[in-house]
Write a protein that binds this ligand. Structure first.
Ligand code: ASP
Ligand code: MG
Length: 453
């Protein structure tokens, strides 16, 4: 049986879609229903990555055993429902042994490399279990260690993929297997040139699927999660939110970047580069349909969606020497770059500059970005003011900066709220502002009612 890879789909299932035996079977239904799916990328079973991250932070013995038990229980609950658990029990036990040893090492000394090694076990276990679920349903499947092809930098916790090496390795080691049978592999994890395990950052499995889709020139990336597509805003905040059937890459990328939880922000980079459509649907209810993200859409609306990103930190830097001077911002950005911080939003005045840092913890360690080292360096240059717990609200749309009356339509309804900072004009796809964290949901509800309902 041969399949032209140009008609091949990579399907990614998130943590909730492989959380337990039943969820795995729903996901298996989805895989088996579409013959074009030849490659499957999985996250760890829901909860496992968080437990592994906790272990990697170095816990004392009692706490460690509690977490280890919780991980063992999640995986054993799946294992024991297999018709023949013995086939992989040894393998799962070996991985659980590894976790125990690595967690003990972390309790003596933590490191980012150790964290990634430890955390990678979640995806290793979920993929092994899913292979057995499919085999017991009569499907021929291969388990594949994605670290053989997912070459990354050694920035542990948020490693950058090496696109060229990945393409070469994937074509050599993975492509021939897709022709033979269905292949199950891990999202999120990779390996640096010396062979040590890395991770792409929390939620990185979507990104893996898109990267593999690009490397293998596949025709579509399917992201199966626990919501049937991308909505005009988070339906948990606004029950009246509507599903978007078709959305352009740029709009979906803005949504992901500004906090819509459905896709990992980097996911669309490879998809856009290679023009691979991305479908988002719900693995427990595939019949509900989903959202198709692709190059262009007909009649793009002025207002598309509202995204909300919590836990934002605003840094305001004041310096009289900024007045008519040059090079001040360059110095600020040099310091931030040295601390590996990417600036999110920025506004400036004559003697001050305000910038936001996203502290939602995009690395697997979830460290705060605001270290004393950074503050000390900045303070030697200017007066630094820090405001925490703000929320960023982003209105996503099309040609926003060319339309008239957008400001009035948005801020007119937000009269009772304190808008802390506004960014508008740099992108025609968004208008962003900061509000106090506690008011964010009210702001989103009010705006949604006005612009989308
Ligand atoms: N298991 C990883 C995480 O929880 C990656 C993913 O789910 O995409 O962050
Ligand atoms: Mg996940």
């Amino acid at each position: 049986m041969t399949h032209a890879l140009s008609q091949t789909v990579v399907a990614k299932f998130g943590g909730t879609s492989v959380a337990d035996f039943d969820a795995m079977n729903h996901s298996a239904d989805v895989v088996l229903a579409n013959k074009q799916v030849r490659l499957v990328v999985l996250s760890a079973s829901a909860g496992v990555t968080n437990l592994l991250v906790a272990l990697s932070e170095g816990l004392e013995a009692t706490e460690r055993f509690v977490k280890l038990d919780a991980i063992r229980k999640i995986q054993y609950d799946i294992l024991e429902r297999l018709a023949n658990p013995l086939v992989i029990r040894e393998e799962i036990d070996r991985l659980l042994e590894n976790i125990t040893t690595l967690a003990e090492a972390a309790s003596l000394a933590t490191s980012n490399a150790l964290t990634d090694e430890l955390v990678s076990h979640g995806e290793l276990m979920s993929t092994l279990l899913f292979v057995e679920v499919l085999r017991e349903r009569g499907e021929e499947v291969q388990w594949f260690d994605v670290r053989k092809v997912m070459r990354t930098s050694d920035r542990f916790g948020k490693a950058e993929p090496d696109i060229a090496v990945l393409a070469e390795l994937a074509q050599t080691h993975l492509q021939p297997r897709l022709v033979e049978s269905l292949v199950i592999t891990q999202g999120f994890i990779g390996s640096e040139p010396k062979g040590r395990t890395t991770t792409l950052g929390r939620g990185g499995s979507d990104y893996t699927a898109a990267l593999l889709g690009e490397a293998l020139h596949l025709s579509q990336v399917d992201i199966w999660t626990d919501v049937p597509g991308i909505y005009t805003t988070d339906p948990r905040v606004v029950p009246a939110a509507k599903r978007i059937d078709k959305i352009a890459f740029e709009e979906a990328a803005e949504m992901a970047t500004f906090g819509a939880k459905v896709l990992h922000p980097a996911t669309l980079l490879p998809a856009v580069r290679s023009e691979i459509p991305v479908f988002v649907g719900c693995s427990k209810d595939p019949a509900a349909g989903g959202t198709m993200v692709c190059g262009t859409t007909e009649n793009p609306p002025l207002f598309r969606a509202l995204a909300l990103r919590r836990r934002q930190t605003l840094l305001t830097l004041h310096s009289l020497s900024m007045l008519h001077s040059r090079g001040f911002l360059a110095e600020v950005f040099t310091i931030l770059a040295r601390h590996n911080i990417s600036v999110d939003l920025i506004t400036t005045s004559e003697v001050s500059v305000a910038i936001t840092l996203d502290t939602t913890g995009s690395t697997s360690t979830g460290d705060s970005l605001l270290t004393t080292g950074l503050l000390t360096e900045l303070s030697s240059l200017c007066r630094v003011e820090v405001e925490e717990n703000l929320a960023l609200v982003a209105l996503i749309g099309n040609e926003l900066s060319k339309a008239c009356g957008v400001g009035k339509e948005v801020f007119g309804v937000l009269e009772p709220f304190n808008i802390r900072m506004i960014c508008y004009g740099a992108s025609s796809h968004n208008l962003c502002f900061l509000v106090p964290g506690g008011e964010a949901e009210d702001v989103v509800r009010k705006l949604h009612r006005n612009l989308f309902e």
